[in-house]
Design a protein around this ligand. Structure first.
Ligand code: 5GP
Length: 177
């Protein structure tokens, strides 16, 4: 089993790059069907979603825009609980079909606190696409429309997700040993 070391920790491969790509393709196909004739605006939440957002967006075949925003801070292996206001949101969201692109929904706190600020701007719709979901960790229910993988409540890195800034640079996903 392939392992990587990030800082002081060892992680083992949990989802291969090929398995991830296959799933991302399936999500893109679904989104293309659901948004036929529409012009969605993808809002990719930095930093963790950059790889998922890029792979997903490359396979979108409806007219679409993408914007990258930053909303939350995360340190170490647990959510800090602090949610920072969004940076980089310049678009007018009124009447737009929004698709939020997240790396992982853990407790749900980040999106729970972020969604009202989007709703205030009266978009036509809001859907959430998340690469990963940890159902066991949920404390704030948020409606997830497109989920790449539901995973156990263990810390993961790779495919854009970090451990204290490192480990984002892998096409596969790794789980803490
Ligand atoms: P939530 O607000 O849903 O608890 O947390 C979402 C954020 O926590 C994610 O965007 C991500 O930055 C971070 N996070 C939660 N679980 C993990 C994990 O297993 N690995 C990494 N790298 N980040 C995580």
């Amino acid at each position: 089993m392939a392992t990587i070391r990030v800082h002081d920790r060892v992680f083992t491969e949990y989802l291969s790059a090929a398995v991830i790509q296959e799933r991302v393709t399936a999500l893109a196909t679904q989104i293309n069907e659901d948004y036929a004739g529409k012009k969605p605006l993808f809002l990719a939440i930095l930093n963790g979603s950059f790889m998922f957002a890029a792979d997903l967006f490359k396979q979108i075949r409806v007219e679409a825009e993408i914007s990258f925003i930053k909303i939350a801070s995360y340190q170490g292996m647990r959510s800090t609980g602090q949610v920072v206001t969004s940076i980089g949101m310049e678009q007018d969201l009124h009447e737009r079909e929004l698709i939020i692109v997240e790396d992982i929904v853990d407790t749900g706190k980040t999106l729970h606190h972020f969604l009202p600020s989007l709703q205030q701007q009266q978009p036509a719709s809001i859907r959430i696409a998340t690469f990963l979901h940890k159902p066991e960790a949920t404390t704030f229910e948020v409606p997830l429309d497109y989920v790449g993988f539901s995973i156990p409540n263990k810390f993961v890195v790779g495919y854009g997700l970090d451990y204290d800034g490192m480990g984002r640079n892998y096409g596969a996903l790794y789980q803490l040993v």
